[in-house]
Design a protein around this ligand. Structure first.
Ligand code: ADP
Length: 430
């Protein structure tokens, strides 16, 4: 769309002065700054001084308007091109088609601010009313404009130098931050490595005395060393159970430390999911006594492609999900389902009708020792290591874990595992 804002016939030097003044006024109405307005005026007068008279029209171009279009019509083609060279740098675009044989030159300059099409009419009317300065003042005025342009250019130069200084300062700041960040990342990395080594060593050293405690307690309970009083039986049973819990925690810590150190091998092999599920049923049944108000449902997997992955690790992930679900479900159902997922994946989901997890705790439960504080959570024992371990194992297998939960309704933990282990042990995702 083109809407004409103003046009002028140029026949003599007085008209030329008016064309310049009109250009400045048009640019001003469209929001151009003073320097840009004088540039448009200079482009117009550079072209019009060329021929013997002509016309100039100022248009709004585009829908919505995007630029000021200046159309200069000369009586003849614009000579040796000097005028075009003088006008071109003043505008964004200048076109002249020499093959047409006449002197129509089209120029444009992008608008500095949005102008609505509806503004064209009022601007045009406003421009009709401008009072041109008389001819005699023209040369004086041009001198003043030149001085003004020089002043504006100098101010702009100063601004640029200022901005450059500020940019240099910012740059130095960014560099300093970058160096600091790098140092922090290094020290975090070292701290994390130390933590892993510490956990591995401590866990390892704890294992031997723990297995002695477990065996000795079992021997005592089996009456290998003679009869026990009821009280002794109760106390030794307590020792055995505590040592058992501790051994579970030590094993989880060792597993976590091994995975973090990148030394945990993955042994992919064809996996019979039906067998894995059967073993899980057997392992978890003791947690659900026949009179329990919780039903454990582990459906036989159906319609799944044959998987090649590390069976031990997959089973450990599902075991952790299932034992959590049983821990945090007082009545209803805990169900394991395996379905084909997007891409070459299998999605294992463990859903329960338990206490659920509040939104703000969901991110934390996959962090080491990230437990939710609450009366039920305090009653059932746990270490806060099961879910982080499950996530690390799933990622080691090339997959990941996820959770959806609604407090008071239940939770669904899922592990999405590639049908075929991707080959190389993937790096721990950050
Ligand atoms: P824990 O040994 O404490 O169970 P986990 O890492 O396995 O450690 O779980 C972390 C926390 O996440 C739990 O303490 C519990 O608050 C919450 N959680 C895990 N599974 C469930 C679930 N199925 N329902 C409700 N809360 C759960």
């Amino acid at each position: 769309m083109t809407a004409t804002l103003a046009e002028l016939e140029v026949r003599d030097p007085a008209d030329l002065g008016r064309a310049r003044q009109l250009a400045v006024a048009v640019a001003d109405r469209l929001g151009f700054d003073r320097l840009a307005g004088l540039a448009v005026a200079s482009a117009v007068s550079a072209l019009l001084t060329q021929g013997r008279g002509g016309r100039v029209a100022f248009d709004l171009e585009g829908e919505p308007p995007a630029s000021l279009g200046v159309r200069v019509e000369l009586g003849s083609p614009p000579g040796d091109g000097q005028a075009l060279d003088a006008a071109r740098p003043m505008m964004d675009d200048l076109r002249w088609e020499p093959s047409t044989g006449h002197g129509v030159i089209l120029m444009s300059k992008a608008l500095p601010r949005p102008v609505a099409t509806a503004e064209a009419g009022p601007i045009a009317r406003d421009l009709l009313g401008i009072e041109f300065a008389p001819d005699a003042e023209d040369s004086l005025r041009r001198d003043r404009e030149l001085l003004e342009v020089l002043g504006l250019l100098e101010a702009r130069d100063h601004e640029l130098a200022q901005s450059r200084l500020e940019l240099e300062d910012t740059n130095r700041g960014v560099m300093a931050l970058y160096v600091e960040l790098n140092e922090r990342a290094d020290s975090l990395h070292r701290a994390s490595e130390l933590k892993t080594r510490f956990l591995a060593n401590v866990s390892h050293e704890l294992r031997t005395p723990l297995s002695s405690i477990l065996s000795l307690a079992r021997l005592l309970l089996d009456r290998a060393d003679g009869e026990l009083s009821n009280e002794q039986d109760r106390q030794v049973d307590f020792i055995l159970r505590s040592a058992h819990d501790l051994a579970g925690m030590v094993n989880d810590l060792l597993d976590l430390a091994r995975i973090e150190s990148g030394r945990e091998p993955v042994n992919p092999e064809p996996v019979d999911l039906a067998e894995v599920f059967k073993a899980l049923r057997g392992m978890l049944r003791p947690l659900v006594p026949p009179d329990s108000p919780v039903r454990l449902v582990i459906d036989d997997p159906e319609g799944l492609p044959p998987m090649v992955t590390d069976e031990g690790k997959l089973s450990q992930v599902l075991r952790n999900f299932l034992s959590n679900a049983l821990k945090f479900t007082e009545r209803g159902e805990v169900r394991l389902v395996a379905e084909p997922g997007p891409g070459e994946m299998v999605v294992f989901s463990v859903s329960d009708t338990g206490i659920g997890i509040r939104e703000e705790h969901l991110a934390r439960i996959f962090e080491e020792f990230g437990q939710v504080d609450g009366p039920i959570q305090r009653r059932v024992k746990g270490t806060g290591l099961g879910l982080p371990l499950a996530r690390k194992l799933a990622r080691l297998l090339g997959g990941d874990v996820g959770v959806r939960s609604e407090p008071g309704v239940g939770s669904t933990f899922s592990a999405t595992i590639p049908v075929h282990f991707p080959g190389r042990a993937p790096e721990e995702a950050p």
